[in-house]
Write a protein that binds this ligand. Structure first.
Ligand code: NAD
Length: 428
């Protein structure tokens, strides 16, 4: 993978600069939005199970909160860097803005590897993270959520620590909690479903019937599985999925021309979204190299695994048949590749629009917690559909009327909303 020189924060800043040029933003607004407003670095001492004390590094970055409390996940990763967290916090600002929910952008992290930490050690990291940042986060200031290698249990420990220190119940402080403990129904499905809702609207605009389309997908995790589920319900056929093989330390693509069977593949996949290739072979799947998902003769490509997967070095592999690129993952297309795609015929649904379903549902979770009244799943998914389709239509209308690509249109809309909020508050 071509990630050596990839610095996500530089990419995020260049993307912003391009949007700022299109909007002709003044210098003060550029200076304000090019960097996070606040950045916290702290140390978390943890008493390890073997009696030693280990110090972990934690971060929280609040990129911008002009439109509402900062919102964004907390990642646990051994290779976590402040630049990744800063980039992701900026992308969250644009994501909440393009989805038009009253929140800003933030992100957090701890440099650690949960694979090698006991439950008790992980609980101490969660509680320690809260103790270091308690004065600067809250339901009305900054609302965290799960992200890479953090889960609903981590969120519940964090909430418990926060409420204990504050001496009151504040379930709207954090989202991604377990259903029944303040979590929202529909959150698991929200990102994958959200991506397909935007795809459905794009297909309508292009006058293509979903049942006449095929798709190829990178990833078989949370986003990909629910995307496949809803796409299948619309009548679409996925012919190829790719995933990581932990044992072989490489990725493979799994192909079935007549359409992959989601239920069948789920029975032979692990909790990390890896597929058993021996069993897949016996079920009639072709096992192809990791990049093969990109080369398929399909109408739709849906990267839903990692960042930086479509680059100038593999762009030529995309089949001429591809009409729509739905970016389920964060940053799956490099900036240079995105510029080339923008000149061509592929209709792009950019990442921070296509995968906004998760944060939209997190916003619904916060609303339900603040009301202490929880909705049924159908209601959550109905509201998700409305938010995602309106966000998509606003971007595509703007792209058409201003002769912009979809990515530029999404950036211009979201950056403009944030810049306007900063201006209206009298900041710039
Ligand atoms: P996940 O961990 O559930 O699944 C990731 C999938 O990607 C797995 O199937 C894994 O095998 C596969 N994968 C990993 N490395 C690969 C490689 N080199 N080649 C091919 N496949 C590979 O993750 P997820 O929650 O589905 O998230 C996927 C992407 O979507 C990430 O970029 C994430 O940041 C983004 N995203 C997720 C959400 C959410 O709500 N889950 C929301 C917004 C954005």
């Amino acid at each position: 993978m071509n990630t050596k020189t990839y610095n996500p924060f530089e990419t995020a800043q260049k993307q912003f600069d391009h949007a700022a040029d299109l909007l002709d933003l003044n210098q003060a607004t550029r200076d304000l939005l090019r960097n996070p407003m606040r950045e916290f670095h702290f140390l978390i001492p943890v008493k390890m199970d073997d009696g030693t004390v280990k110090i972990f590094r934690g971060f929280r970055v609040q990129h911008n909160d002009a439109r509402g409390p900062a919102k964004g996940g907390i990642r646990f990763h051994p290779m976590e860097t402040i630049d990744t967290v800063k980039a992701l916090s900026m992308w969250m600002t644009w994501k909440t803005s393009v989805a038009d929910i009253p929140l800003g952008g933030g992100k957090g992290g701890v440099i650690c590897d949960p694979h090698h930490l006991s439950q008790s050690e992980q609980e101490q990291i969660c509680r320690g993270w809260i103790r270091q940042i308690v004065k600067n986060v809250g339901p009305n200031t900054d609302v965290p959520a799960p992200d890479v290698m953090t889960n609903p249990q981590h969120m519940l420990w964090m909430l418990d620590e926060y409420e204990t220190i504050r001496g009151e119940k504040l379930p709207g402080f954090i989202t991604g909690k377990p259903v029944g403990m303040g979590g929202s129904k529909g959150r698991t499905e929200a990102t994958g479903y959200g991506a397909i809702i935007t795809l459905r609207e794009a297909l309508k605009e292009l006058n293509i019937k979903p049942e006449n389309t095929t798709a190829s997908i990178q990833g078989f995790g949370n986003v990909a599985k629910y995307a496949i589920e809803l796409y299948n319900k619309l009548g679409g056929k996925v012919i190829c999925v790719a995933c990581w093989d932990e044992a072989d330390k490489t990725s493979y693509s799994f192909k079935k021309k007549e359409g992959i069977n989601l239920t069948e593949l789920m029975t032979i996949s692990d909790p990390f979204g890896g597929i058993d290739k021996v069993k897949a072979l016996s079920m009639g799947y072709e096992i192809l190299p990791g990049d093969a998902w990109l080369e398929q003769e399909v109408d739709i490509l849906l990267p839903a695994a990692l960042e930086n997967q479509i680059r100038t070095d593999n762009l030529h592999k995309i089949n001429k048949s591809v009409k729509i690129l739905v970016e389920g993952a964060n940053g799956p297309t490099s900036r240079e590749a995105a510029e080339i795609i923008n000149q061509g015929k592929i209709h792009v649904i950019p990442d921070f629009l296509a995968n906004a379903g998760g944060v939209v549902c997190s916003y619904f979770e916060q609303v339900q917690c603040n009301m202490n009244y929880f909705w049924e799943k159908e209601e959550v998914l109905g509201k998700l559909d409305l938010k995602m389709s309106s966000a998509y239509l606003a971007v595509s209308d703007f792209a058409r009327s201003n002769k912009l690509g979809m990515r530029d249109a999404a950036y211009v809309i979201s950056v403009n909303r944030v810049a306007q909020a900063c201006h209206d508050r009298g900041w710039v």
